[in-house]
Structures are given as structure tokens and as C-alpha cells.
Design a binder for this molecule. Structure first.
Ligand SMILES: *[C@@H]1O[C@H](CO)[C@@H](O)[C@H](O)[C@H]1NC(C)=O
Ligand SMILES: *[C@@H]1O[C@H](CO)[C@@H](O)[C@H](O)[C@H]1NC(C)=O
Ligand SMILES: *[C@@H]1O[C@H](CO)[C@@H](O)[C@H](O)[C@H]1NC(C)=O
Ligand SMILES: [Cu+2]
Length: 229
């Protein structure tokens, strides 16, 4: 058990860490097969996981450690699906701010090709029995991967410096897209929620606009004949 003093010191050191430099950890999704690269991540409170989606139609969901390819029941995040042509990165990224350093697991919820079952998973701050190896074993025995009904827990936005998509205003409705989203500019403070609930406001964003509409919707509307899976 942790003494009150060491707990106070730990909290103080976390506060110092949180008020200094945050890192943005870029995670490349599906560029080299059914993979997240890196898939075994060490991160601090306030760091941002920034998912960059490549070919096929991937997603990222925070999982439950106890049950492969199932969403966590406490908080977490879901990016929605990002259908993306071969050979290019999707112009949108999904950013998740880490609230704590607890072991966290994530997976791709695409069932065409059984992405999660085939090892498309990753972990942050593995510890104890919550490891990449342990989760891979659980994912292998999963029947289907579950995608939450709405995008939540992070923001969908254009990468910093990309003005080509940041100014696009689109309203597309799609089953996986949240309702009632709005374009928000990424100034400081809370902004750019893509969730239907009030719980998902990130506290930090970069300067790009948070569009609140996923590329999935654009692809569905604009290129019905293209198959991404
Ligand atoms: C993941 O990272 C942890 C901590 O750095 C390390 O102990 C573990 O061996 C790594 N696992 C894999 C599968 O690379
Ligand atoms: C961080 O906290 C927010 C607000 O409670 C929540 O929506 C989000 O899912 C959390 N992030 C993670 C990675 O759990
Ligand atoms: C992407 O995958 C999701 C989930 O399987 C599916 O609902 C959606 O139609 C797919 N989009 C495209 C353009 O293939
Ligand atoms: Cu995938």
C-alpha cells in the first residue's frame, strides 16, 4: 500500500509532468498489414495517442483486458471506421488524450478479415498480467470484434498544418457518426468533442480544426463503388 506521503509525491510529480511537455505518440494503423505501429507503447498522463489510418477500413477501440476484441465498459474511446484507399494515409487522424497511466489495450473492430483476432491490437503501459502477449492470446479466441455505436473519447481532426481538409465543411450522416457534432476550432481548453456525451471533451488539441465528421462518411457518400476492406 502506498503511504499518503508517497501518494502525494507521486501526484505532485504527475502534476509536474502534466504541466511540462506532453508527447504526441504517432501510431500508424494498417500501413504494414493488420498492424498498429508501435503496438507496445509507454506513455505519460497528458500524452496524446494520434492514430494515422492507412489502406482498408480500420478503426481503433479501447478494449477490455478480460475479453478479447470487446470494448471497455469504463470510459475509453472509439475512432469510427476510416475507409482509406491503398498507398495513402487518410487525411484525418484520431487523437486520444491519456488521463492516467493504467494499462490500456486497443484493437481494430473491423470484422471483414477479422482484424482484431488476427492480431491488430496494441497496448499502452503494459503491467502485471495486462500485456500485449496476454491480450493477443485472448483476441485469438474472440469470435467477433465489437465496435461501439458512436465515435467517442477522442477527436477526429486533420493533422497539424494540413489546411486542405481543415477547412472542409461537410455534413454527412452515417450510422457510425455521432449526432449533433459541430465544427470546432482547436484553441486551448476543452473543445472539439466528437461524442454524444459530455464526458468526452479532450483538454488539449492542436491548432487544426476538429471536424467532427469522419472520413468514413465522406467515402460512403462520395465513392459508393469503392471497397476498402
Ligand atoms: C512491451 O514493452 C514492455 C515494457 O517496455 C516489455 O517488458 C515487453 O517485453 C514488451 N513486449 C513485447 C511483446 O514487445
Ligand atoms: C479521458 O477522460 C475523458 C473524459 O472523462 C473520457 O471521455 C476519455 O474516454 C478518457 N480517455 C481514455 C483514454 O480513457
Ligand atoms: C467500413 O467498415 C464498417 C464496419 O465493418 C462498415 O460499416 C462500413 O460500411 C465500411 N465502409 C466502407 C466504405 O467500406
Ligand atoms: Cu483493421
Amino acid at each position: 500500500m502506498m503511504s499518503p506521503l508517497s501518494k502525494a509525491l507521486l501526484l505532485a510529480s504527475l502534476a509536474v509532468q502534466a504541466s511540462s511537455a506532453y508527447s504526441t505518440i504517432k501510431v500508424v494503423v494498417g500501413k504494414t498489414g493488420l498492424t498498429f505501429v508501435p503496438n507496445n507503447i509507454t506513455a505519460a498522463v497528458g500524452d496524446v495517442l494520434e492514430f494515422h489510418f492507412w489502406a482498408k477500413n480500420h478503426s481503433v477501440v479501447q478494449g477490455l483486458w478480460s475479453d478479447g476484441c470487446q470494448p471497455t465498459t469504463r470510459g475509453g474511446f472509439f475512432s469510427g471506421f476510416f475507409p482509406t484507399p491503398a498507398g495513402v494515409a487518410n487525411p484525418k487522424v484520431f487523437r486520444v488524450t491519456l488521463n492516467d497511466t493504467d494499462p490500456l489495450v486497443f484493437y481494430c473492430a473491423q470484422n471483414t478479415g477479422s482484424h482484431c483476432k488476427n492480431g491488430m491490437v496494441g497496448v499502452v503501459n503494459p503491467s502485471g498480467s495486462n500485456t500485449l502477449e496476454a491480450y493477443l492470446a485472448k483476441a485469438q479466441t474472440a469470435t467477433t470484434a465489437v465496435a461501439p455505436p458512436t465515435v467517442f473519447g477522442g477527436v477526429v481532426l486533420a493533422p497539424e498544418g494540413d489546411t486542405s481538409t481543415a477547412t472542409t465543411t461537410v455534413s454527412v450522416s452515417e450510422s457510425a457518426a455521432p449526432t449533433g457534432t459541430s465544427a470546432a476550432t482547436g484553441t486551448s481548453g476543452s473543445s472539439g468533442t466528437t461524442s454524444t456525451s459530455a464526458s468526452a471533451s479532450p483538454t488539449r488539441t492542436n491548432g487544426a480544426a476538429a471536424l467532427g465528421v469522419s472520413f468514413a462518411g465522406l467515402a460512403v457518400a462520395g465513392a459508393a463503388a469503392v471497397v476498402f476492406v
